[in-house]
Design a protein around this ligand. Structure first.
Ligand SMILES: [Zn+2]
Length: 62
């Protein structure tokens, strides 16, 4: 992740330093997102629909 380069809108310090509650909340949220940090809910739903469609195709041809 590149969140260590993010600057907080509240205290104008790097979020990774956790100087204010907003920084700490953002830092924890970014750390918890992990490998799926770049995926928003719309992307996840689109991936799920694609997966179901692919499974349906496989089930029909098998
Ligand atoms: Zn801050």
């Amino acid at each position: 992740m590149t969140y260590d380069r993010l600057v907080c809108a509240n205290c104008a310090a790097p979020v990774s330093q956790g100087r204010c509650p907003v920084c700490r909340a953002n830092r924890e949220r970014l750390q918890q997102e992990g490998p799926f940090a770049g995926l928003n809910p719309v992307t996840l739903i689109a991936l799920l629909v694609a997966l179901v469609a692919a499974l349906a195709l496989v089930a029909r041809t098998a």
